[in-house]
Design a protein around this ligand. Structure first.
Ligand SMILES: [Zn+2]
Length: 443
């Protein structure tokens, strides 16, 4: 896209005006946004497949919105199980796991904007220095499981709705806020349910933890286990020697290592070109026998490997996975041990996650980047995520141009997760600025 002379300062001026308006509207609800965040962090929504435990947090959010005179709707997602959509995780249970949707209707004629986030979190193992469900604030950081991933983003985006409602202000287009279930563990079920229900918009922002950067692309992901079994446990203390896959497993790791090197050399495309490892290959778990004091010192007859391959937005993920599988089959056919004891290959979810990418010159990318620049008062990086998320469902499956922007923090999926309180408010300001620019204001 080429800029007409004089157009840029004009656009910048518009963004500056919108950011000023947004700051004025967010200021009266700042405390309420952080209160909401604290309530959400204190409400356990840890979800481990096949089940989810999001209902309490969705109820708490529903109540909080009601106290701001914002109507929201909780709806069941268990229709997913019967929907027959290819992205449904058929092994998971969705009964009792509601999504939430709220809307500030526009006055008409403007484009609509959807803010979306997942309320489920991973577990909180390990030694935390604070109670992971305390929502304790120390030196400007609010701690807790899900504080950054991604209750901070959820509080920030519902803060936009609270600000508009409090001011009695309507934009020209609708502003929608949603909180969905089942995103972690490669779920996607909540977002899929929302789109299948027909909730849509002219653009969406998923308020994942992006450190206030605009992310216009995300990676896909494939999770699978390789399980090598050998020998016969009953052979112990008999005349037969024990056969174990533990040492041969090292050769599978060498196969993984080769793939990691190979993936480092792939064509990255523009948005991932500066990433040191644009398409990572990771070992998530490795197990043969346990180190617990009570485990007998015996040779394992089973060894397991959990692998995670990420894929770039332009890649044909199913085709890449077929190639990977073929390479593994060839490796096994040529290995003296695995030729005899064929390992099991077990995908952790049926369909892989896909990446997504919105062009740098897409009007919505330009809108959110301008909003971030104006609201944050500095040039905001426009880049790509180092992880998969639900963006591909919105954009690739349902045609909604989608970007990611959320607060600063650290410790996602680890101990001592926190979100920076100021950045939650800053996120609200950016999102409201974008809404004003995208949805329009009646003059
Ligand atoms: Zn997340």
């Amino acid at each position: 896209m080429t800029e007409e002379p004089g157009q840029m300062p004009d656009r910048k001026k518009r963004a500056t005006g919108a950011a000023e308006m947004a700051r004025g509207l967010i200021a009266p609800v700042e405390e309420e946004i952080i209160d909401l965040l604290q309530v959400l962090v204190r409400t356990d929504s840890v979800s481990v497949p096949p089940d989810g435990h999001e209902a309490d947090a969705q109820q708490a959010l529903h109540q909080a919105l009601r106290s701001h005179d914002i109507e929201s709707e909780l709806y069941d997602t268990d229709f997913l199980e019967k929907s027959g959509h290819p992205l449904v995780r058929t092994q998971r249970h969705y009964a009792g796991r509601p999504n939430l949707i709220a809307r500030i209707p526009g006055t008409g004629g403007g484009k609509s904007l959807l803010f979306s986030g997942h309320i489920d979190t991973v577990t909180a193992p390990g030694k935390w220095s604070v109670d992971p469900f305390s929502g304790e604030i120390r030196e400007g950081r609010l701690y807790g499981r899900g504080a950054w991933d991604m209750k901070g983003g959820i509080a920030a985006h519902f803060g936009v709705l609270m600000a508009l409602q409090k001011a009695g202000m309507r934009l020209a287009g609708d502003v929608l806020g949603e909180s969905v279930v089942d995103e972690e563990w490669a779920g996607g079920g909540g977002t899929l349910a929302a789109r299948l229900r027909g909730i849509t918009a002219d653009a969406s922002v998923i308020t994942e933890c992006t450190n206030l950067e605009v992310l216009r692309a995300s990676r896909g992901g494939y999770f699978f286990d390789i399980i090598a079994r050998a020998g016969d446990p009953s052979a112990y203390f008999t005349k037969d020697e024990v056969v174990s896959p533990a040492i041969p497993m090292g050769r599978i790791l060498a196969w993984v290592d080769q793939w990691q090197k190979r993936r480092r050399g792939i064509e990255t495309g523009q948005v991932y070109k500066d990433f040191s490892d644009p398409a990572p290959v990771q070992v998530l778990a490795l197990e043969a026998n346990r180190f617990d004091p009570g485990t007998p010192w015996s040779t394992p007859t089973e060894a397991k490997l959990r692998l995670y391959f990420q894929y770039l937005p332009h890649e044909d993920v199913p085709g890449e996975i077929r190639m990977l599988r073929q390479s593994f089959d060839e490796f096994c056919a040529n290995d003296p041990f695995f030729k005899r004891f064929t390992p099991e290959w077990r995908a952790l979810v049926e369909e892989p996650l896909l990446g997504h990418e919105l062009p740098a010159d897409h009007p919505f990318t330009e809108c959110l980047a301008a909003a971030a620049d104006a609201a944050l008062g500095e040039k905001t990086p426009v880049t790509a995520s180092e992880w998969p998320c639900d963006a591909f469902i919105n954009q690739r499956e349902f045609g909604i141009p989608t970007l990611l922007l959320g607060p600063r923090g650290a410790g996602a999926h680890n101990v001592d997760e926190y979100v920076e309180v100021d950045s939650v408010i800053a996120t609200s300001c950016v999102l409201l600025t974008a809404a004003i620019l995208w949805c329009g204001v009646d003059s």
